[in-house]
Design a binder for this molecule. Structure first.
Ligand SMILES: C[S@@+](CC[C@H](N)C(=O)[O-])C[C@H]1O[C@@H](n2cnc3c(N)ncnc32)[C@H](O)[C@@H]1O
Length: 275
């Protein structure tokens, strides 16, 4: 209930927010009735959306472990980081190396308030309110420049956010600009809602139905084609196994998944390296 949750400055509890609806899907408690209503509408089309949310978090966890353990990345820039949840990026990275610097960026004031509360006293990690649609501001932000050294490899995380950038907001131009700031050895990880098109017509139809519900409730949500999503990597080397359904990206030994076919094919992820 709205009255049970403190409303941080700048948060409008009468309109659903992407971060809070996602929190609801993940079983979190940082959401309002209006978010749960929006979430319930999406659940009517995709009843296993919470399973997809968990698959997305698991993908993110595997990416971080790969970047920190195998590549040796020591600075992570997580844009569209969301509300704190179980297994946050800095917690996973610091379980491997406590010196990894993590900068969280989200444009949702609730993500900022809860993120800052969680991070009070953590020296290596910070959370900043900024908008992906203004990449220049992100790259010039003093707190980001203070923590991220753009002469050393960066792990840029765009997990579950680019599908919330509408076509007219130029998501390709935004990713071009961010990639241009990354030095060699950097990596870009992304996950994205996916429309398989004519290859799987029944699933493409469901993707369009989900897109309609998202746009009616949240005003965003694009299920893009493989070709459209691959453009975000530009000329980076997309690492094996490529852009794939989330559970198929370098699964842990013995890992299984319980996604329905529709959800399995409509949420994909990948990781690329800057040569
Ligand atoms: C679905 S959540 C993903 C959270 C987390 N990255 C994950 O995958 O578990 C998307 C997040 O992107 C944020 N977001 C959406 N549009 C944004 C923008 N233009 N700039 C910054 N953050 C944005 C939302 O507030 C939300 O927290």
């Amino acid at each position: 209930m709205v009255s049970e949750l403190r409303v941080p400055l700048g948060v409008d509890p009468t309109k659903p927010s992407i971060a809070r609806v996602y929190d609801y899907m993940l079983g979190g408690r940082n959401n309002f009735a209006v978010d749960r209503d929006a979430g319930d509408k999406a659940l009517r089309i995709t009843p296993d959306a919470p399973v997809a949310g968990r698959a997305n978090r698991a993908f993110l966890g595997r990416v971080i472990r790969y970047l920190v353990t195998e590549v040796g990345v020591r600075q992570l820039l997580d844009i569209g980081s969301g509300l704190p949840t179980q297994g946050n990026v800095h917690e996973i990275a610091h379980s491997i190396d406590p010196s990894v610097r993590v900068v969280y960026i989200d444009n949702d004031p609730m993500a900022l308030a809860h993120g800052r509360a969680l991070l009070a006293g953590t020296g290596t990690t910070t959370v900043i309110q900024a908008d992906l649609r203004q990449p220049e501001e992100i790259l010039a932000h003093p707190e980001i420049r203070e923590r991220i050294d753009f002469t050393h490899p960066v792990g840029l995380l765009l997990i579950g956010i680019l599908h919330h950038i509408n076509d007219h907001e130029d998501p390709v131009g935004i990713t071009d600009r961010l990639r241009a700031a990354l030095p060699p050895g950097s990596h870009l990880a992304l996950s994205h809602f996916h429309n398989p098109g004519d290859r799987l017509p029944d699933i493409a139809w469901k993707a369009r139905a989900a897109e309609k519900v998202f746009n009616e409730t949240l005003g965003t949500g694009r299920w893009r084609s493989t070709e459209e999503i691959m453009r975000y990597f530009g000329d980076m080397d997309v690492l094996e196994p490529g852009l794939v359904p989330l559970p198929d990206w370098r699964p842990d030994p013995g890992q299984t998944h319980d996604l329905q076919p529709h959800t399995y094919h409509t949420f994909v992820g990948g990781l690329a390296r800057m040569a």
